[in-house]
Design a protein around this ligand. Structure first.
Ligand code: PMP
Length: 434
């Protein structure tokens, strides 16, 4: 390794891979070489402050020595173990997850990606309830395998990919800045949450197994629901004995200033999915459920060859201990408030910012052509990302409107790096005005 030039790496990737190669900044893509903390370095030696954390995966930062050491130690013992055998790190991780997840969540099933965790949650819900229906939200993102893609509420991921599994239906989401029902909070009386009841009446609630939602919609643009949204929804679900699945693939493990984002909203899920920061970068994911729901699978109802492999389990145990020991949950809450304040201050200078909202280090900043009409500033957002990169800061692709900038750095980002990033955001917004 280390023998190919940047051009060769890009060419080989583009010629021999299907489509999962990052196409950001197509004219000058980033080829990553290494990372440390909140900084990634490309093969040309250029360093960037990362405000994206690889889709919120790198919460513990890049190359955390504790995770590296845990993986090295396990590598030397054994790393090839299929699901057929018990192993110590798996047992310890299952217990740890039962301890740190909210409410009565207790029984885990380990897989390798967020989409598989969602697949697992849906299969479990159907098995537990013996019902076929699943309710999801507009603008939800739950992954790209078949069922998660069906649950995803973005048309662009569906066009030309059907037919999709039957039984899934969507209802309007909680996007207050652009309310899908054209209402305003709080005079709306949380109509979007109350629509769960309307939708169920049309769908035959006795056929619906579960409602799945992200506690904060990530891919849609880091969109936070009103404080009581999930309480209203959960009350309705309880009336019909329908399970609530919280998809915490992005929001879990301190990202929002609580260990899990659903803790902000005062309700307890029956099933939760998790991935990304769970492994601190290692491909590991899980669905966790209450005792009652989690014991619904019959033997071999579900199986994953690599799920629960000791290498991934050891990485996850270390990744969680980093979050605990470095108090990253509390840090995310503090730094999130600081970033929100600094970004909101920029609204005085930059008319283009329509809204800044978020929880912890999961922040959405909406760029608009006009604050009254809220027309999305899509081209400006493309330019903004490039200007930011020129200044040594990177962000991921924007949310649903093409103009909702998603800010979710590694939780280990330093105050100094945050200040440099905010100044770069300020300068980049100035640059696109010119
Ligand atoms: N659920 C949520 C909420 C996600 O954000 C994602 C990925 N961004 C997934 C599921 C799918 O995860 P993966 O890409 O690991 O399959």
């Amino acid at each position: 390794m280390g023998r190919l030039s940047k051009r060769e790496i890009v060419e080989l990737s583009n010629n021999y891979m299907m489509t999962n190669v990052a196409r950001w900044w197509e004219d000058d893509p980033i080829v990553v070489e290494s990372g440390k903390g909140a900084i990634i370095k490309d093969v040309d030696g250029r360093e960037y402050i990362d405000l994206h954390a690889m889709h919120a995966v790198a919460s513990q930062g890049y190359s955390h020595p504790k995770i590296i050491n845990a993986v090295k130690e396990q590598l030397e013992k054994i790393f090839v173990v299929a699901t057929d055998f018990y192993n110590e790190p798996q047992a310890l991780l299952a217990k740890k997850l039962a301890e740190i997840t909210p409410g009565k969540l207790k029984r885990s099933f380990f897989v390798n990606s967020g989409a598989e965790a969602v697949e697992t949650a849906i299969l479990l819900a159907k098995r537990a309830k013996s019902r076929p229906g699943i309710m999801a939200l507009w603008m939800a993102f739950h992954g790209r395998t078949h069922m998660p893609r069906t649950l995803t509420g973005f048309s662009k991921y569906k066009k030309g990919m059907g037919a999709f599994p039957y039984g899934v239906f969507h209802i309007p989401n909680y996007y207050c800045y652009r309310c899908p029902l054209g209402l305003e909070y709080p005079s709306c009386n949380l109509q979007c949450a109350r629509m769960v009841d309307d939708a169920l009446k049309y769908a035959a609630p006795e056929d619906v197994a579960a409602f799945i939602a992200e506690p904060i919609q990530g891919t849609a643009g880091n969109i936070v629901p009103p404080a009581d949204y999930f309480k209203v929804v959960k009350n309705i679900l309880n009336q019909y004995d329908i399970l609530f699945i919280a998809d915490e693939v992005i929001t879990g493990f301190g990202r929002t200033g609580k260990m899990f984002a659903i803790e902000h909203f005062g309700v307890e899920p029956d099933i939760m999915t998790m991935a990304k920061a769970l492994g601190g970068g290692f491909p590991v994911a899980a669905a966790i459920a209450t005792e009652e729901v989690g014991t619904s699978f019959k033997p071999l109802d579900h199986y994953s060859t690599y799920g629960g492999n000791p290498l991934a389990m050891a990485a996850a145990l270390a990744a969680i201990s980093v979050i605990e020991e470095e108090k990253l949950v509390e840090k995310a809450a503090r730094d999130g408030e600081y970033m929100l304040k600094r970004l909101r201050e920029l609204m005085d200078k930059h008319e283009i910012i329509g809204e800044v909202d978020g929880k912890g280090l999961l922040i959405g900043m909406e760029l608009v052509k006009d604050r009254k009409t809220k027309e999305p500033a899509v081209e400006e957002t493309v330019k903004f990302r490039s200007e930011l990169r020129k200044r040594g800061v990177i962000i991921g692709p924007p949310g649903w409107t093409g103009s909702r900038v998603r800010i979710n750095p590694p939780l280990v980002i330093t105050r100094e790096q945050i200040d440099v990033a905010i100044n770069a955001i300020d300068e980049s917004l100035k640059a696109i005005k010119r």
